[in-house]
Design a protein around this ligand. Structure first.
Ligand code: GLN
Length: 189
């Protein structure tokens, strides 16, 4: 079962994407729903709002345990990637994230909502359609972090152990290459 954090953001699109790839998916709003999952997706949305709701629901500690103690994989997309980052730069630095991935991100670094754009990037030698919506930029990666895709010379998809992050939206397209990679991580864990 793949859980999708459903506190705010585009969790419904992720649920649809997971199911269309032939896997069961459920919305996660509580620790007990999280415990029933084999992997967790943190969707795009507004990272400040999601961070506040994570804190008030206790899911922040729950997700850290899910990854560190239960050894289950977590994938953050866009706002979800911001929540995973150890360091978040201006504007409005987030000090209540999960801090599970040794990267530094700068929020909204590709511009405003109206500058959202479609792009074609290379993921494991496949050309893949993705969408950047007020995306964060990954400006620094720790030594243990693998870069899986780049756009305009910066990393946009990275992984360290069981934690995967992508700064774009791939769930809006029928073929979701990032989800396929995440499913492989889930099967391995
Ligand atoms: N700009 C949003 C934030 O900083 C992220 C946007 C998204 O998830 N598409 O939280």
């Amino acid at each position: 079962m793949i859980g999708v954090l459903a506190l705010q953001g585009d969790f419904k699109e992720h649920i649809t994407s997971v199911r269309s790839h032939g896997y069961p998916a459920c919305e996660v709003r509580t620790i007990s729903e999280l415990k029933a999952c084999d992997a967790l997706i943190l969707p795009g949305g507004e990272s400040t709002t999601i961070a506040k709701l994570l804190l008030s629901s206790g899911l922040d500690k729950g997700i850290i345990e899910f990854m560190n103690l239960q050894k289950k994989p977590v994938w953050g997309t866009c706002a979800g990637a911001i929540l995973l980052a150890e360091n978040v730069l201006s504007p409005t630095p987030l000090d209540t994230g999960l801090s599970l991935l040794n990267i530094t991100v700068e929020r909204n670094a590709y511009g405003r909502q109206t500058e959202s754009c479609h792009a074609k990037i290379q993921i494991e030698k496949n050309t893949t359609d993705v969408f950047f919506i007020r995306a964060p930029k990954i400006v620094e990666c720790g030594k243990s972090v693998e870069v899986l895709a780049e756009y305009q010379g910066s990393p946009v998809m990275v992984r360290s152990g069981r934690v995967l992050a992508s700064t774009f939206h791939s769930e809006v397209y029928g073929e979701n290459k990032v989800l396929e990679i995440f499913i492989k991580m889930m099967k391995k864990s």
